[in-house]
Design a protein around this ligand. Structure first.
Ligand SMILES: [Zn+2]
Length: 217
């Protein structure tokens, strides 16, 4: 797995601190299981958070505290591998789904446009979370959209390209609210991805406006 698109450090810190909303945490969690680099950074942020909590009196952290912790972890353990799980992985039509979706309800596929299907993912501990799985045919454009709040997309299989580059399985696309982009699935293979929003999506295209009531935004 060649991973070239990662979450921002701010997102990884929020994941480590447990302040990232449940939906985005599932999508970022899928990336962490595939990306030893980000997995190690989250461990570092967790260690740093623990070190801060352990202080009896508030003191200023040295500017190099974070890099010191990361260097120590790398020196002690190398880059840690994601934990192996014994349970049988969840699959959909032969495609393995990320472990972070375990326990979530996966809705039936709905046709939302030519070559495009969507399934709503139910998050048990946050019923209001907006998480969807998209399945888009080769060469098809995903709905043109902007969003209010950050959008997180994890590529499960296949690939797509937008003006930020090519996104392959394991990659995470994190798009700020002022970004408008239109991913197009690469030729040859359909693309399955999971997406979560911290905020509401604004669809620009006709198909997007048709999706809106289904997604429930
Ligand atoms: Zn990463």
């Amino acid at each position: 797995m060649t991973i070239s698109h990662h979450p921002t450090d701010e997102t990884l810190m929020r994941y480590a601190a447990g302040t990232l909303a449940a939906g985005p945490a599932i999508v970022v969690g899928a990336h962490l299981a595939a990306c030893p680099v980000c997995h190690a950074r989250v461990r570092g942020f967790e260690a740093l958070g623990g070190a801060i909590l352990a202080q009896t009196e508030p003191t200023q952290l040295s500017p190099s505290a974070l890099s010191d912790v990361l260097a120590r972890i790398d020196a002690e353990e190398g880059i840690p591998q994601p934990p192996r799980r014994e349970q049988k992985p969840a699959e959909i039509d032969g495609v393995r789904l990320p472990d972070s979706l375990r326990g979530c309800g996966i809705g039936r596929w709905r046709w939302i446009g030519p070559g495009m299907r969507m399934s709503r993912i139910g998050v048990p501990h946050d019923p209001d979370a907006t998480v969807i799985m998209l399945r888009v045919g080769p060469g098809r454009a995903l709905p043109d959209h902007g969003h209010v709040g950050t959008e997180f997309t994890y590529i499960v299989s296949g690939s797509f390209t937008d003006r930020f580059g090519r996104f392959l399985p394991g990659d995470l696309a994190e798009m700020d609210e002022d970004v408008e982009h239109q991913p197009v699935v690469d030729p040859g293979e359909e693309c399955i991805c999971i997406a979560a929003l911290e905020g509401k999506m604004r669809f620009n295209s006709l198909i997007g406006r048709l999706i809106q009531p289904i997604v429930g935004l």
